[in-house]
Design a protein around this ligand. Structure first.
Ligand code: ADP
Length: 371
């Protein structure tokens, strides 16, 4: 087992106008499950491939444990990678696939057999050891791909969207299996996905990436409760956090009759920027239905009844913000409500933001203002 460390690590593809991975500073602890998440093209796979040695590092270093591996070829890094397409050998049996890398590394036959058996037992693959990949289900193939990594007993697992070829239901059960298997084996793991639910449910910590930059690295709960930027606030959580630009008056942000008191430090930071408005964020579950004179009014556009909850999507009049030329007169708001007595489409209702259940960001920089 080992730690993994990016030290100001950068990758610029030839001809690109900006780095795909821009001066990453990131430490993955021994035995940790770290998820890299972000929209398509943000640099997740490139970062993973830099750990693997499949992508050169243009500046900075990559360390695994005590070793600086920046200039080492992949085979000398003691890592095992699980790819999105599994990359199984079609002409080899499951046992052949599991043992391939061990054979290539010159591991003796007895030891190979022992490790193949142990891995197959761990992944419930024993009945299929003689089958070729084409005779397996999608989920079984996925387990063989995992097994090929496990059997090598590497210091680090690297996984690039390993669930994306499975159907939705299997993806949910497999993500639980992978997470618990990783915890049992205790092998340091870096895992790439574009799916924030997968990231939040699997990772000890989650690194959120955007356009080659590391935005925030934190536990799932900390990312949810204290996003450092508007981008992270909007990316983590489903349905997404409501984000509304609201004018500042006397140290408060105003939205309808809702007055959001900024902390002194936040008001000072906004004043230092010369801001006349801030971006206020509140999650769907931070809203509750209220009577006249409280909160803000919305017209209900759509109600999704999910049994345990109902999601209400509505339109509110946007707060007037001076100097905004592209001002849209309305904003969309989503609220998570208890399923009983949910308003119908077309109704006008009022919603209130629960006390202290809001986030305040600088509209100019997108950064969280001090609490
Ligand atoms: P992600 O995995 O988050 O979807 P990637 O790491 O694959 O993102 O890509 C990051 C950026 O680098 C993207 O802009 C992508 O177009 C670019 N890129 C990826 N691979 C190559 C390559 N081999 N050559 C040139 N540009 C690439």
């Amino acid at each position: 087992m080992a730690t993994v460390e990016f030290v100001e690590a950068t990758r610029v593809y030839p001809g690109a106008d900006r780095p795909a991975v821009d001066a990453f500073e990131l430490q993955i602890a021994d035995g940790e499950f770290l998820v890299l998440v972000g929209p398509s093209g943000c640099g997740k796979s490139t970062a993973l491939r830099m750990i693997a040695g499949l992508e050169p590092v243009d500046a900075g270093r990559i360390r695994i444990g005590e070793r600086d591996v920046t200039d080492l070829p992949p085979k000398n890094r003691d890592i095992a990678m699980v790819f999105q397409n599994y990359a199984l050998y079609p002409h080899l049996s499951v046992a052949g696939n599991l043992g391939f890398a061990l054979k290539a590394a010159g591991v003796a036959k007895e030891e190979r057999t022992r490790r193949i058996r142990a891995t197959a037992a761990l992944l419930d693959l024993e009945p299929y050891l003689d089958r070729k990949p084409r005779m397996l289900s999608g989920g079984q193939r996925q387990r063989v791909a995992m097994g090929r990594a496990i059997v090598r007993e590497p210091q680090v697992f690297l996984m690039d969207e390993p669930l994306s070829n499975l159907d939705a239901k299997l993806r949910v059960s497999t993500r639980t299996q992978i997470a618990s298997l990783q915890r049992r084996l205790g092998v340091t793991t870096a895992y790439v996905t574009h799916d924030q639910v997968e990231a939040m449910t699997m990772g000890d910590r989650v690194a959120v990436l955007r356009e080659g930059q590391l935005c925030q690295v934190d536990t799932p709960l900390a990312l949810y409760e204290r996003p450092e930027t508007v981008f992270v606030a909007g990316f983590i959580g489903s349905p997404a956090m409501n984000l509304i630009e609201a004018p500042l008056e006397d140290g408060c942000a105003r939205f309808g009759e809702t007055v959001i008191p900024l902390s002194r430090a936040a008001a000072r930071a906004a004043a230092d920027e010369g801001a006349t408005a801030v971006t206020v964020g509140f999650r769907p579950e931070a809203l509750e239905l209220r009577g006249d004179g409280e909160g803000f009014a919305i017209t209900v556009d759509l109600v999704e009844e999910l049994g345990a909850d109902a999601y209400l999507y509505g339109t509110a009049v946007a707060p007037a913000v001076s100097g905004r030329i592209d001002a849209t007169p309305t904003v969309t708001v989503v609220a998570r409500l208890a399923p009983k007595g949910v308003p119908r489409r077309g109704e006008k209702v009022r919603l209130r933001i629960r006390d202290d259940a809001f986030h305040v960001f600088s509209t100019k920089t997108g950064r969280r203002l001090p609490d």
